[in-house]
Design a binder for this molecule. Sequence first.
Ligand SMILES: [Fe+2]
Ligand SMILES: [Fe+2]
Length: 313
Amino acid sequence: MYESTDKMINLIADNYNLLESLGRFGINLGFGDKTVQEVCEDQNVDTYTFLAIVNFSINNYESFDGYEHISVSTLLHYLKASHEYFLDFQLPNIRKELKTALDENDNLARLIMKMYDSYAHEIRAHMKYEEQNVFPYVDRLLNKEDVDDYDIETFSKHHGQITTRLRELKNIIIKYLPSDTQRNNQLTAVLYDLYKNEEWLGLHSEIEDHIFLPTIRRLERQTKQDDVSAKISKMIHQSPDNGEVLSDREKDVIVSLVQGMTNKEIANHLCISINTVITHRRNIARKLQIHSPAGLTIYAIVNNLVDISSVKL
Ligand SMILES: [Fe+2]
Ligand SMILES: [Fe+2]
């Protein structure tokens, strides 16, 4: 497990694959002998999130559970940049290599190109779905905007592995493609890239399943809780909007209501007519903007109009 005090250069020396990850975090080379924390702070990357992904990538640290410390914006930036790197750089690059390595007059070669294109199409669709639905949803969660039209469970159910076609493609090249030495070298280079690609894609999916999903589930729960708390707090601490305060009689009506009395019982109890009780109730609702008995009960308890033990719950 790497820590924030380790030197960044040592991480790279141990695992040169991390070079690719650095770019996706927006970390540039040229960091001298600085520690992980110093480099991250210099480049505005959350150190904890960086280390969580690095340690997960290297050690497949599946018992990771520090989701509350993950910076969602750093994680999101990393995932988006990974997609960009993959779709705009890696996929077209491998296609180019493959085209050069294949004999275009060979029917089998044409079929392989077709397989590659359909594989690339599948990956693109998978990533575009995340970019168009999941990532904007998380942005909205972070900005505390309305998120009722989507949830992370929907994504979780449909998020599968996308490497099956790739495996098939590699096997066909290895098993059936005849080639001379020159093509053999080129094809071996492409195969090497395809293997790396498959490994990288699997890791990307695992980071989404084991770090991104639980982190967003937690954020979702938190946001919903905050929302409910904010609504309750607004309701109980709200003073009458228009500056109107409750009269003593209206407070008496609230106390009676909270104790479970009907309009008729309140009228008898306070020696007023039922119509007057109804008028008081209408005025209370208007002044407090509270319309439910439960809301009035909370208001009465919080404002010390009644003792909680006298309330019929
Ligand atoms: Fe993704
Ligand atoms: Fe994915």
